[in-house]
Design a protein around this ligand. Structure first.
Ligand code: WQD
Length: 330
């Protein structure tokens, strides 16, 4: 299939492009480079032997997006492009609502207009709000704690209503837990601009000496060691889940958790990183980060049953692959 991947030079997008090409799909990438680097295109060529077609456009720009549908017969869309920093979304809600919702609406409109049959959406476990884990797809969604999470929940509704009104469009909504790690080549990985918000890129930059120490946000949660528990999933497993979804979903709206079902605490992850890579990561326990919840992990059984997909890479794979990328990343 000809697959349009928006945000295809980003962290999860680039790893999904690799898996799509491995499965003999033709990939067209649209990315505005706001949170990615053009060098990733060369890395994708090196890894796969194929240089995907690339358009540097903003997917809120309807004319620019339509030109892609005029130039290519698009069979499916995987929509990653979006602003995704929780804290930033609280400071700049309008930018988040405009960018993340208009991009979803523009792409949905083009899919209907050009008869595209499949749409896979990058959603997030954030839409569950502060509910008790393990989280299941049929749970009622609660008010999320930030505008970023709201843009994901509203985008899910836009896509659900669009699919319900257009029989020819199959929508897969994939709710990610905590994607970490990197491709085994060490050529692509998580490379955020500026000081990382997320745990793993912060850990790798402390290990590299670029940051002095890790602040552990609270050790008074009701968890195994008091620090926050999350469902970390290797980005390559996550990417493979997207390929399964776009190949298997032929009709209607399907929602899947993409997680491992295992919870890991901050200190467990940091200790696994230090042990597997034989390197020190100095840290200090500080106060809780506003908006954080204590424990969040998936019930991933629906994706396993319906997509035949299961995450199989381990925490050790994640911390080793993340470190290899950080060491390679100039
Ligand atoms: C993980 C754990 C922190 C940094 C967010 C978004 C979610 C998704 C993934 C986009 C928590 C602790 C972190 C640090 C720390 N983003 N931590 N020190 O908050 O679970 O999820 O990123 O799709 O939508 O909500 O991820 O990596 O920020 O935090 O102690 O410097 O690490 O408290 O327990 P989070 P995270």
């Amino acid at each position: 299939m000809n697959i349009l991947v928006t945000g295809g030079l980003g962290f999860i997008g680039s790893h999904t492009v690799v898996e799509l090409i491995k499965n003999n799909h033709t990939v067209i990438i649209a990315d505005n480079l706001i949170n990615s680097k053009i060098e990733v295109l060369d890395k994708l060529s090196t890894i796969t032997g194929i240089r995907p077609t690339f358009y540097q456009i903003d997917v809120t720009d309807e004319q620019a997006v339509e030109s892609i549908f005029n130039n290519h017969k698009i069979d499916g869309v995987i929509h990653f492009a979006g602003l995704k920093a929780v804290g930033e979304s609280v400071e700049k809600p309008l930018q988040y609502y405009y960018n993340n919702l208009v991009s979803t609406m523009v792409l949905s409109k083009m899919c209907v207009k050009y008869g595209v049959g499949k749409f896979v959406f990058s959603s997030s476990a954030t839409v569950y709000g502060d509910q008790l884990s393990p989280l299941k797809e049929d749970m009622e969604l609660k008010q999320t704690t930030n505008p970023y999470g709201e843009t994901k929940a509203i985008s899910e509704r836009i896509l659900t209503d669009t699919a319900n009104a257009n029989d020819g469009l199959a929508v897969s909504i994939l709710r990610y837990f905590n994607p970490v790690g990197a491709h085994e080549s060490g050529l692509i990985g998580e490379d955020p601009n500026g000081i990382p918000n997320n745990l793993m890129p912060f850990v790798t930059k402390v290990a590299k000496g670029q940051l002095s120490k890790l602040s552990v946000f609270g050790n008074d949660y009701d968890t195994i060691d008091g620090t926050g528990v999350r469902d970390y999933i290797h980005v390559v497993d996550l990417a493979k889940g997207h390929v399964k979804a776009i190949e298997k979903n032929e009709s209607g709206v399907k929602i899947y958790n993409l997680g491992t079902g295992q919870g890991t605490s901050v200190l467990e992850l940091v200790n696994a990183f230090m042990k597997a890579n034989n390197i020190e990561v100095p840290y200090e326990i500080v106060g809780r980060r506003p908006g954080d919840i204590g424990s969040c992990f998936a019930d991933p059984s629906k994706a396993e049953q319906e997509l035949g997909w299961k995450a199989d890479l381990t925490i050790e794979d994640m911390v080793q692959d993340a470190w290899r990328f950080e060491m390679n990343n100039k």
